[in-house]
Design a protein around this ligand. Structure first.
Ligand SMILES: NC(=O)c1ccc[n+]([C@@H]2O[C@H](COP(=O)([O-])OP(=O)(O)OC[C@H]3O[C@@H](n4cnc5c(N)ncnc54)[C@H](OP(=O)(O)O)[C@@H]3O)[C@@H](O)[C@H]2O)c1
Length: 229
């Protein structure tokens, strides 16, 4: 997809003032998408957007409230801590009907961030689908991409992204989002499979501690091109 085509796609990163969301916002803007960072506080979103634009040398990223950002977007990305997941989704529920909602949330429970958590017996992504209803196309992705280097556009982040969701076309659109920022998006099937990516993040955080790194990631080996199904 050309940069001109990407600019017609409006992305809203909810919680886009945070570590993961601001890094993804910067990378998507750098790849040519129109990007809004969302916050509970519009002025905070504007400040963070100004800083991201400064890093990129552009004026393309805008800051709005989470609700305004979700309303203006074609694709909405959720990057908030799990403790804020439900209230954030409820606040944008109406605005995201009919849209793709990419959930990056990992249900970790500080301070035990290296232990897998499965809240109420299902994943954060499945909870998101239940909160937003069937007309939102929830896709789970990017949980295993460390924020550490995302805001340095000169740094090549190399890892695979497991992409799950019950709508195959929505999964494809999110694969394109991953590929636009140099990551390999892997179609990992239905939303129920989000349990793997959500559980892998605390495992990677533990690996970081034990191996003295900050951005351990995932690579799936021996893939050929994806079959058309
Ligand atoms: N950091 C990473 O390396 C990484 C990697 C992969 C996945 N993740 C996942 O991505 C999500 C975001 O992680 P992060 O590290 O970016 O988190 P973060 O920086 O702590 O928070 C992100 C944003 O969420 C909003 N927020 C924080 N607490 C909130 C609350 N109580 N209620 C409502 N909104 C709140 C804040 O935005 P406003 O104050 O502007 O509203 C904040 O800037 C998490 O689920 C995390 O597990 C993170």
């Amino acid at each position: 997809m050309s940069n001109a085509n990407r600019s017609s796609i409006q992305l809203a990163v909810i919680g886009g003032t945070g570590k993961e969301g601001s890094g993804l916002a910067l990378r998507w803007a750098n790849a040519g998408y129109s990007v809004i960072t969302g916050s509970r506080d519009r002025e905070k979103a504007e400040r963070v957007s100004t800083e991201l634009n400064r890093l990129l040398g552009t004026e393309t990223i805008r800051g709005l409230s989470n609700e305004q950002a979700a309303a203006q977007a074609t694709i909405v990305i959720i990057t908030v801590p799990y403790t804020a997941h439900q209230t954030t989704l409820e606040s944008i529920r109406e605005a995201v009907q009919g849209k793709i909602v990419v959930d990056v949330t990992v249900p970790i429970a500080p301070p035990r961030v290296t232990e897998v958590v499965l809240p109420k017996g299902r994943t954060a992504a499945e909870e998101a689908q239940a909160i937003l209803g069937d007309d939102a196309r929830v896709v789970s992705a990017f949980q295993n991409v460390s924020a550490v280097h995302l805001k340095d556009p000169a740094y090549t982040v190399q890892c695979d992204v497991l992409i799950t969701g019950d709508d195959e076309n929505a999964r494809r659109e999110v694969i394109a989002l991953a590929e636009a920022i140099g990551l390999r998006g892997i179609d990992a099937g239905p939303l129920a499979n989000a349990i793997v990516a959500e559980s892998l993040t605390p495992v990677l955080l533990g690996i970081n501690r034990r191996y003295g790194t900050k951005d351990a990631g995932l690579h799936i080996t021996n893939l050929k091109s994806r079959k058309e199904v």
